[in-house]
Design a protein around this ligand. Structure first.
Ligand SMILES: [Zn+2]
Length: 707
């Protein structure tokens, strides 16, 4: 019986079900048809060609510009028992000849190549002697001249169609608008291509966009609150900033490394390698970092500057949470970013058309920043997807921003720009508005203007926020010469004439830890030791094998092991990501660790998880106040948990209540009198005892006595 795609998915990759359009794509490719697929990162893109390569005769050829990634991709496949290799400049001639031999002798299921190598006559001839099962063209948006990843080699890949007309091709990308899709099909000469577009939504990523001064301090608060030990990427605009931030994070006790084009190749490689192989490391980088990174357990991506387009924002933030576990995309930007980026576009000597496109893209990005509704809706809308419901997992959904009627204030700001002849930058304008004594203002006689001092009701910071939003909303523009002077645009006329009103975001208050936060990312405390032990074993095995930890198992697999507590090898096979080969290689070792960590006997009950968590902490020696503090609950809630545990016979009420024997006797006597156990009536008991004991205490005693 021939093996099916589903069997390979299960036995080799360890997953039970296909996701999105995977099944249809695989079927079409196996049948020999051309395909274009748009799938977000983390959507299971590579399975779409890996499984067909295993099903069709010959070797699947994967074309990717990301040489740095090939080693890890091949390592991951070898771990699964798939025969994969790569040919690129990192191999010496002997190694290259060996792999070419394997290819010719049909000993490879998959071969990874960079486009520039593929296009050499030597490689094309080699492939003609071999038997290509299919061509997978990864990062296919690189064919687009308009995209930011344009590569000339990609445009010549249509040669594949001419030299290998019988071999099916699949083009894959994680970002492509309508125009780019068309370009991919045309440039690659895909024949009657079937196009599969998956949702671009990454529901596990939480989007937060913050603005204002002191981005560094905001970053620190964000890290401490949400990612005290997770791995992540911090993007900055300049090399200097990268160096400064990574040094600062390091001096505050985080392991952080810089990454930018100014470092030599060895240092960059070393830093990237450490990021992949160590747990909890932070890379501070310019956008040069990321294209070659496929680490699934990046828990956050933070921007300390404004990305230049929504595509760039989506692509960079998309590096978080590829394993599908909760992750954060966090950004803080300032007025200066907006001004810098605008001047940057004006200053390039590119064609006018290019500048216009760049400008529009920046406007769209600013629109996303100043949004007061769901960010995910707008983000998806940008990629042509509509979503009717707000997502519930972005900052605007979780804490709706406060708005205020800024019509009057903006009119003051705009007329101040006008009266000073549109020749000054933000700081100067704010000084005029707030009526500051300033030598320059006096020299310009601007202290005599009607707008001098008319904005004293707001602080400089508030004015700064207003100017930022006016710029991003397009009411003001910066001068083309790059001095930072603000100018009025056509768009601001109705506002100046008093024909429209304007609602602006209020500056956000400081972020507080959200109540649901623990449940989102953290395991219950009794599971943490097992999870840590499994991670430790994974690290040890990854070092033995010389591969990154996630190549052994993803975090999601370890979490499932913790939750399911498999006791037999066969039960391990039901954990996502545990295929037959990994079961045979590592199953026993992981099983032993799991067996050593029995869940506490105490918690083997029918009580809810939250009650059990309080109970567990009580047995760790914490008192009610400490438990309430640690869990972010009210003490009364913890008392209620205890009442349940007392009723279930799991706690001795006399050990937990701050009562002496005479108190206890007094309460029991009152209960007898009122026949509380038969009739209930907490309130009458409370009244009878002259309100001397709080309800939670009485509830616990009733739970114990009336069992
Ligand atoms: Zn939302």
């Amino acid at each position: 019986m021939p093996v099916s795609a589903k069997q390979i998915l299960d036995q080799t990759f360890g997953y039970r079900e296909f996701r999105h359009h995977q099944a249809q794509i695989i079927e079409a490719l196996v049948a020999g048809r051309d395909i274009l697929t748009l799938m977000p990162t983390g959507g299971g893109k590579s399975l779409c060609y890996q499984i067909p390569a295993l099903l069709r005769a010959g070797t699947g050829i994967v074309i990717s510009p990301l040489i740095a990634l090939m080693q890890d991709q091949v390592d991951a496949l070898n771990q699964l028992g798939v025969r994969a290799a790569f040919l690129n400049s990192t191999l010496d001639p002997t190694q290259q000849r060996e792999i070419e031999q394997q290819l010719l002798q049909h000993e490879l299921d998959l071969l990874y190549l960079a486009p520039e190598r593929l296009l050499t006559e030597r490689t094309l001839t080699l492939l003609q002697q071999a038997e290509p099962a299919l061509f997978a063209i990864d990062e296919a948006h690189c064919v687009s001249q308009w995209g930011h990843d344009f590569r000339k080699d990609y445009q010549q890949l249509s040669i594949l169609h001419r030299r290998f007309p019988q071999v099916p091709r699949i083009a894959l990308t994680a970002t492509a608008d309508q125009r780019t899709r068309q370009e991919i099909v045309e440039q690659l000469e895909l024949q009657k291509a079937e196009i599969y577009v998956n949702s671009f939504d990454r529901p596990n990523i939480r989007y937060t966009i913050d603005s204002g001064q002191n981005g560094r301090d905001r970053l620190w608060r964000f890290l401490q609150l949400h990612h005290p030990d997770g791995a992540g990427i911090v993007y900055c605009l300049s090399r200097r900033k990268v160096e400064e931030i990574s040094a600062w994070l390091s001096s505050n006790g985080r392991v952080a490394l810089p990454y930018h084009a100014g470092l030599n190749a060895d240092t960059r490689r070393l830093h990237q390698q450490r990021f992949l192989r160590e747990e909890g490391l932070i890379i501070v980088a310019t956008i040069a970092f990321g294209m070659g990174i496929d680490k699934p357990d990046v828990r956050f991506v933070a921007h300390l500057n404004l990305p230049k387009s929504v595509e760039a924002y989506y692509q960079e933030t998309g590096r978080a949470g590829r394993d599908g576990q909760p992750a954060d995309a966090w950004m803080s930007y300032s007025l200066q970013d907006v001004i810098t980026l605008r001047q940057f576009i004006h200053a390039t000597d590119a064609e006018e058309q290019y500048k216009r496109i760049a400008h529009h893209k920046l406007e769209a990005m600013l629109g996303l920043c100043d949004l007061i509704s769901c960010r995910r809706q707008v983000l998806l809308n940008y990629f042509g997807e509509s979503r009717t419901e707000p997502c519930g997992n972005c900052d605007n959904c979780l804490t709706p921003p406060e708005t205020w009627d800024a019509t009057e204030a903006t009119r003051k700001a705009l007329s101040c720009v006008y009266r000073t002849n549109q020749r000054f930058g933000v700081n100067y304008l704010i000084a005029v508005l707030t009526g500051k004594e300033d030598e320059r203002i006096e020299r310009n006689r601007h202290h005599q203007l009607s707008t001098f001092g008319i904005g004293k009701e707001l602080t400089s910071t508030q004015w700064r926020a207003i100017f930022r939003q006016l710029i991003s909303l397009g009411h003001l523009d910066t001068d083309l010469e790059g001095h930072g002077a603000l100018r009025l645009t056509q768009k601001c006329r109705p506002l100046l004439r008093g024909e429209t009103t304007l609602l602006l975001r209020r500056q956000p208050r400081q972020e507080k830890k959200r109540k649901t936060e623990t449940s989102r990312t953290q395991l219950p405390p009794w599971d943490q030791p097992l999870f840590d032990a499994l991670r430790q074993l994974r690290l040890q095995i990854s070092q033995e094998q010389g591969v990154p930890p996630y190549v052994i198992f993803h975090d999601s697999s370890l979490r499932e092991m913790v939750e399911q507590h498999p006791q037999e090898l066969q039960q391990m096979r039901f954990i996502g990501g545990v295929g037959e080969r990994k079961l045979a290689l590592y199953g026993q070792r992981f099983l032993e660790i799991i067996r050593q960590h029995k869940p506490p006997e105490l918690l083997n009950n029918l009580l809810g998880a939250s009650i059990n968590e309080s109970l567990y902490l009580h047995h760790q020696g914490l008192d009610i106040v400490q438990i309430a503090h640690q869990r972010g609950l009210k003490p009364t809630t913890v008392y209620d948990h205890f009442a349940e545990a007392v009723a279930a016979g799991l706690l001795d009420v006399r050990q937990i209540l701050p009562l002496d024997e005479s108190d206890y006797k007094r309460i029991l006597a009152a209960m007898d009198l009122l026949q509380s156990c038969e009739k209930g009536g907490l309130k009458s008991l409370y009244e009878t005892l002259d309100q001397a004991y709080d309800y939670p205490i009485l509830r616990c005693i009733m739970a114990a006595e009336c069992r």
